[in-house]
Design a protein around this ligand. Structure first.
Ligand SMILES: NC(=O)CC[C@H](N)C(=O)O
Length: 226
């Protein structure tokens, strides 16, 4: 089979699109550059919304990007089962686009927090986490100002009872996220939002570990076996 094609969307102000594309390539797939103003996904097999400060984080982080032309295609695709991963600012966009529930608020300390973070992968059944084992502990960087996951009580209960918390912060919670939530998935398990950055932990030369590569190898195995 030809290499899986994974789209990486660049919005004005995206920061980590090149690292995401590099992670896709290292994992064995072909990255496809997509632009926020595009009206089609070029037939990609999966989509990554990268980190950064899309549209300068104006209004709220991710709010303007959620209305970008390409997001109409991402929404239609996600609702039809297309695997979508939102990393940090991408997670913020997915919440603003209502592809994931809840919201990401300003960190409790009101500071931008940048450090290597220990996480536990609590759900290894999603399209993006199947290469991990349930409960696996990993270390990848976290770097954001608006990372405090919040949701109303009913949503939180549903996320917990349905096992939709994908990853949790271990040690110190960096931002005050409810239930130490670092990442969640939608009901179908094809859309995942993650606040820390797996694409910055794919090579030992430049990252704190290679623990992040699993998000990208997971999706590629899923696509190849589909
Ligand atoms: N690293 C990022 O993607 C930053 C996300 C976001 N703009 C924030 O500061 O919260």
């Amino acid at each position: 089979m030809d290499a899986a094609r994974v789209g990486v969307i660049t919005f004005p102000g995206s920061l980590d699109d090149r690292d995401a594309a590099r992670a896709v390539r290292l994992a064995g797939a072909q990255p496809v550059a997509l632009w926020h103003a595009d009206h089609d996904l070029q037939g990609v097999d999966a989509v990554v919304l990268p980190g950064g400060f899309s549209y300068g984080d104006y209004l709220r982080a991710g709010a303007i990007s959620a209305a970008a032309p390409i997001m109409a295609e991402v929404k239609a695709g996600a609702n039809a089962g297309l695997p979508v991963l939102g990393i940090c600012n991408g997670f913020q966009v997915l919440c603003e686009a209502h592809l994931l529930p809840g919201a990401l608020l300003r960190n409790v300390g009101l500071h931008f927090v940048c450090r290597d973070q220990r996480l536990r992968v609590d759900n290894a059944d999603t399209a993006w986490t199947s290469d991990y084992s349930p409960g696996q502990e990993i270390v990848i960087p976290v770097k954001n100002a608006d990372g405090r996951y919040t949701a109303d009580d009913d949503t939180l209960k549903a996320l917990e009872s349905e096992g939709r918390v994908v990853a949790r912060y271990l040690d110190l919670n960096p931002n005050g996220s409810l239930n130490d939530i670092a990442g969640i998935t939608n009901e179908a398990g094809n859309v995942v939002g993650l606040m820390p950055h797996p694409e910055h932990a794919v090579e030992s030369l430049t990252g704190p570990s290679t623990d992040g590569l699993g998000f990208f190898t997971s999706i590629i195995k899923r696509l190849v076996n589909a």
